[in-house]
Design a protein around this ligand. Structure first.
Ligand code: PA5
Length: 417
């Protein structure tokens, strides 16, 4: 389960958010059924379409073979083609799973050389994930890695190479010609909405994540936000609140938590909202707060700096680890912690931060029952649906990204493409 808590709402804000909710009710109803104008981008709306039982079974079989034979699995992809998988893998990867190495997300030769060094002496499988196989980072890395695979494995290389691309793409042609395994990248899902497709699910399964549970979590959230009325609808309420804060002049949203396991989830979330909402000179700029560490750096700005942001905390309810502070006869002035569990200490820091920050800026919490695959699935669907609603309320297209093309024109020209 996920819950939305509003920490500091005035009567005026409550009225204002109710007005936004009632004025935009049609947006919620349209989103539930899907809109014709976005038919080419809404394949994620029903998780059954790309994450049905049959497909999960197939992905689990491929992942099993990789897990049995690989020491390391290289995920080649950038942005929407790696962020979802990486966010779950870095939080929940099983100890006995192959090491997951990321490539295709940089053009730095130093970073690429370091990545290649990590392959030495290991049994490797690779998956190149790209919707548009013109993207420079994955395309160029795939070439380097293919060469490495051919040199290392000779004839057998093809069996260890997977590519996830769209049907009819040049990536599919490469697969057919050279005998690589081809997985379909849905044409009707944009990169940042692909957590529940081959794009996100295969790498997660290789890392030992229970992808059936993840999809079940997403599916349950899908049912919930498609059934709940506007007043109770967690995704719609969150979308309306974001729009209220935006209207009030808050231009930044910080997603914060006290669990470092969310480190790469922030990256996924930042891409989702930045690329979906930031257009037509509008949008809330998404940033992350890695607490408690960053309370000692950006914490100063949040509490005392220009009032540009609102904050959304992720708070996990079920304790997943324990570490007790033992008494110590050496005087270090930390005796007030004797016998306390770090779980409890971390929670105290969370509650104190909410108390302090909510005096200054709007603060929300999304409570997450447990940090497991099921709840990652819930979070993916919740934020994707909420982002779609939030964009619609703001009046922007949630599914395109015209702004990222501008620099590419100059870059391709400079490189002589
Ligand atoms: O969400 C998106 O569509 C983008 O961020 C893409 O995922 C990203 O640019 C990578 O694109 P591709 O998979 O075509 O390499």
């Amino acid at each position: 389960m996920l819950n939305l808590i509003i920490h500091n709402q005035s009567e005026d804000q409550k009225k204002a958010v109710d007005v936004i909710a009632s004025e935009n009710i049609r947006i919620l109803e349209e989103a539930k059924t899907g809109e014709n104008c976005y038919a080419d981008s809404q394949g994620w709306l029903d998780t059954e379409e790309w994450a049905g039982e049959e497909n999960i079974k197939r992905l689990e079989e491929i992942a099993k073979e990789i897990r049995e034979n690989a020491d390391a699995f290289v995920l080649i992809g950038v942005g929407g083609s790696n962020n979802a998988a990486r966010s779950v893998i870095e939080a929940l990867r099983k100890d006995d799973a192959p090491e997951i190495i990321y490539a295709g997300n940089t053009l730095s030769p130093d970073a690429m050389n370091r990545m290649m060094k990590r392959l030495e002496g290991k049994s490797i499988y690779i998956d190149c994930i790209a919707k548009n196989f013109e993207t420079l980072e994955p395309g160029s890395s795939f070439r380097i890695l293919r060469k490495y695979m051919e040199k290392t494995y000779g004839e057998e290389a093809g069996k260890r190479i997977i590519a996830t691309g769209t049907v009819g793409s040049s990536l599919e042609t490469l697969c057919t010609k050279y005998g690589y395994t081809f997985l379909e990248f849905p044409l009707n899902v944009g990169g940042r909405y692909t957590a529940m497709t081959n794009v996100g699910l295969l790498p997660m399964a290789v890392a030992g994540i229970d992808i059936s549970e993840l999809v079940k979590g997403a599916r349950d959230m899908q049912i919930r936000v498609h059934e709940e009325s506007a007043e109770k609808n967690i995704a719609y309420q969150y979308a309306c609140l974001r729009n209220l804060y935006y209207k009030e002049g808050y231009r930044v949203e910080m997603l914060s938590s006290f669990e470092p396991q969310f480190r790469f989830f922030y990256k996924w979330w930042i891409q989702l909202f930045a690329e979906s909402e930031g257009k037509d000179n509008k949008g809330v700029f998404p940033v992350a707060g890695e607490f408690s560490e960053e309370l000692h750096s950006v914490g100063q700005f949040i509490q005392d700096g220009s009032p540009i942001m609102f904050e959304t905390f992720l708070d996990v309810k079920k304790q997943n680890a324990s570490l007790i502070v033992e008494p110590d006869e050496k005087e270090d002035y930390f005796d007030y912690l004797d016998g306390k569990d770090f779980w409890e200490i971390n929670k105290a820091a969370y509650h104190a931060t909410v108390a302090a920050h909510s005096k200054k800026l709007p603060c929300l919490t999304i409570e997450v029952d447990e940090l497991d695959a099921y709840h990652f699935g819930q979070l993916f669907y919740f934020f994707q649906f909420a982002c779609y609603l939030s964009c619609k309320i703001m009046g922007v297209n949630p599914f395109d990204q015209p702004g990222v093309e501008a620099y590419k024109k100059w870059m391709f020209e400079a490189l002589g493409k």
